[in-house]
Structure formats: C-alpha cells, structure tokens
Design a binder for this molecule. Structure first.
Ligand code: NAP
Ligand code: F7E
Length: 344
C-alpha cells in the first residue's frame, strides 16, 4: 500500500507516518523548502526507512498545485492524508489570506487529482473542532452546526465541505476527521500545552523564570496525538466514506493543564505564570467538548490516554529535554535564551 501524506514534518505527520510504516505501507511525504532544518520530528524515520525506499520525501507546498498534481499522477497512491495546514489559530488572525488559501487550494488540488485519476484513491481531510466555535457548553458531534470564529476555522470549514461535495458529486472516497485538540511531546512549542510543559522543564532546570500566557479559562478536549492517528487510519479503512469526531469526551481549562503540569515537578503554577493580553485572540473559542461515540461504534476507536497521563508524558519529556539543554549550555554549546522566544 502507498500513502501520500502532506504535512509529514508536523506533529501528526510523525505519528501517522510511523503508524503507516509499521503497517508495511510505503509513505510518500511532502516537505517544504526552508532555510533551516525542518525535518527534526521525522529524522528518526528518515534514517530508518528512507534508504530502503519505504519513506520518500518531495519538496512541495499546498499552494503549488502543479507539483502536487504531478506527484499524485506519478506516485498513484492508494491513500492521501492531507495533514498540511497553517495550523495555529492565533497566527491565522495575523495571516488570514495565507491561512485560508492553504485550506482552500490544497484540498481542491488534491481532490481534483483524485477525481481525474484512473485509480480509486482514498482521501483524508484534517478537519478540526475549531469549526464549531465553542460558544456554549454543549457536547459537539458530527451533526453540530459549524460556527467558525477564526480565519483558520473558516478555511477548515471550506476544506470539510468541499470534501463532502466531491464525495457526493463524484463518488470519491473522501473522509473528514473532525479532530479535537491532540497533543504530544512533539507538539509545536507555540501551542499552549507544549508552551506550558516546555516552561515547566526549563523552570525546573533554572533555564527560565516565568511563562507568559493568555486566557487561562479556555477549556479544551485534549487527547494524545498517537491515539488520534489510529482513528485517521481506521476512517480510511471503513467501508463507507463519512465524517467522524475524534475526542476524549472530557474538557479541561488551560489553568487546570498548567496546575497539573507544574504539580508534576512539585511546583505551584501561580508562582510562575504571568498573564499577558498579547496572547489573547480577537475572538476566542471558549469551550470545546467532543462526543466520540460515532467513532467508537462504527470504527471501534477509543481514546486510550487520560488527561493526567498526557500531561505527565509531556512534562517528563520536556524535563529531559531541558536537562540536555542545560548540559549543552554548561559546555558553551548552546546560547542562553533567558527570555524564551515563544510568542504565541
Ligand atoms: P503542525 O504540527 O502544525 O503541522 C503542520 C504541517 O503542515 C507541517 O508539516 C508543516 O510544514 C505543513 N505545512 C504548513 N503549511 C504548509 C503549506 N503551505 N504547504 C505544505 N505544507 C505545509 O500540525 P498538526 O498538529 O500535526 O496538525 C495536522 C493537521 O491537523 C493540520 O491540518 C491541523 O490544522 C489539523 N488539526 C490539528 C489538530 C491538533 O490538535 N493537533 C486538531 C484538529 C485538526 P513545516 O514543518 O514546514 O512547517
Ligand atoms: O490554544 C489558550 C488559547 O493554540 C488553546 C490547533 O492544533 O487545536 C489547536 O488550536 C487555548 C486557546 O490551540 C495561550 O486562547 C492561553 O483558547 O494550544 P492552542 P487551539 O487554538 O485550540 C485545534 C483543534 C486545531 O485545529 C488547531 O490546528 O489556549 N491560550 N494562553 C493560549 N494559546 C496559546 N497558543 N498560547 C498562549 O500563551
């Protein structure tokens, strides 16, 4: 089996690629040219699988329709997982055009390539709980109305709907995975969970003094990325293409996350967290709680990692990371970054 994965260098890109390689797939992934290294997450997979031809990487971009089209035509994958996106909600308010363009141009390009292919290629679209807008405390499922509140979320609604349009109009096997927040030790460092656990590790090792956050009252349904990519895979193996919510069915505030993360190393978050209005968004999604019962009954998917074990896992990894940073600093091999340069 051949899978084509966009966004292979991202958090989910790593976990999904690992899962597919473990299942014997050949994985073809797109990476972006960057002036600095951007394959850090998948470097262990590259060293293990690239030489044997099981992992192949290509330069491309969601906005570069011709390269995507050429790649799909020449690779003829069995499955496409479209994970690439400018995935940071706060940044999407600063770069609204780019953020929405990637979610519009990318899916249409890929769906057109699928439509025009002689092969029956399955398509997975990375939809998001941000599409719901989180305006009340109702549990959200596949039938809940979308009320997007950011350029990111509007782009995702478009991608979601166009996948359904291609499914209904051309009989394409297109699925939308409506995933609630999922985190891991590989989460980008500007998302709130990782920002907190990075700070915990660094504060514990005296590499940082404080961490500056925005809205501590926002509530999210947080799961573990490793569990969620299993759900993506199961959606693609289902007999009928459809849309499924993946969530834990529990919600916690940013404050609860911070409290638990600092507690893990015996510290009180109130001594280290500062609030800065620069981290507030023009429009906030206050509360998200998902209902994964359709995924459970139809796909047999279930969240396996509790909130407390997720926080523990992330803190443990970031304490180790900070310990390694400290050694490098002491040897003069790393420049001190006392004002840790995390902005979002
Ligand atoms: P991520 O860590 O931010 O990874 C995003 C990936 O997309 C990276 O590989 C990035 O490349 C790539 N990318 C960004 N812009 C691109 C472009 N214009 N062309 C090609 N590639 C581009 O995100 P993630 O957490 O793995 O999430 C994966 C997908 O699921 C995203 O679409 C996200 O919006 C969606 N989603 C995520 C969550 C969540 O909680 N994690 C929940 C629901 C939906 P670089 O490495 O070069 O930046
Ligand atoms: O924010 C609040 C912030 O940036 C979570 C993406 O993967 O999940 C993610 O989007 C909450 C928000 O994730 C800070 O205001 C407080 O209410 O970690 P986040 P997100 O916006 O929920 C969805 C499902 C996706 O699809 C997205 O791709 O935390 N918050 N203080 C903060 N957030 C950040 N980033 N930084 C803070 O300092």
């Amino acid at each position: 089996m051949k899978a084509f994965v966009t966004g292979v260098t991202g958090q989910d890109g790593f976990y999904l690629t690992k899962l597919l390689l473990d299942k014997g797939y050949q994985v073809h992934g797109t990476i972006r040219r960057s002036s600095s290294f951007n394959t850090e997450r998948i470097d262990p997979l590259i060293s293990e699988y690239e030489e044997g031809g099981l992992l192949k990487l290509y330069y491309s971009d969601l906005l570069d329709s011709s390269s995507l089209n050429n790649l799909i035509n020449s690779i003829e994958p069995d499955e496409i997982y479209n994970l690439a996106a400018q995935s940071h909600v706060a940044v999407s308010f600063k770069n609204p055009l780019y953020s929405t363009q990637t979610s519009v141009v990318g899916p249409i390009t890929l769906l057109e390539a699928v439509k025009n292919s002689k092969k029956d290629i399955k398509y997975y679209q990375a939809s998001s709980s941000e599409m719901f807008g989180g305006i009340d405390s109702n549990t959200l499922n596949e039938n809940t109305k979308f009320r997007p509140k950011s350029p990111y979320a509007v782009g995702k609604v478009f991608a979601h709907e166009i996948t359904k349009v291609y499914r209904e109009s051309y009989g394409i096997f297109g699925v939308n995975g409506i995933l609630f927040n999922h985190e891991s030790p590989l989460r980008g460092e500007t998302f709130v969970t990782r920002k907190i656990t990075r700070a915990v590790g660094r504060i514990k090792n005296m590499l940082q003094e404080k961490v500056t956050l925005g809205n501590l009252e926002a509530s999210r349904d947080w799961g573990f990325a490793g569990d969620y990519v299993e759900g993506m895979y199961l959606m693609m193996q289902h007999s009928i293409p459809d849309d499924w919510v993946l969530a834990t069915g529990e919600t916690h505030t940013v404050k609860e996350f911070a409290e638990l993360a600092f507690n893990e190393v015996g510290l009180n978050y109130q001594d280290y967290v500062l609030i800065d209005s620069r981290h507030q968004r023009p429009n906030e999604v206050n509360y998200l709680l998902g209902d994964p019962s359709k995924a459970k009954s139809e796909l047999g998917w279930e969240n396996k990692t509790s909130f407390s074990s997720l926080v523990k896992k992330m803190v443990e990894e970031d304490v180790l990371l900070a310990e390694r940073e400290k050694v490098l600093l002491e040897k003069g091999l790393l420049k001190p970054t006392w004002e840790y340069p995390i902005k979002n």
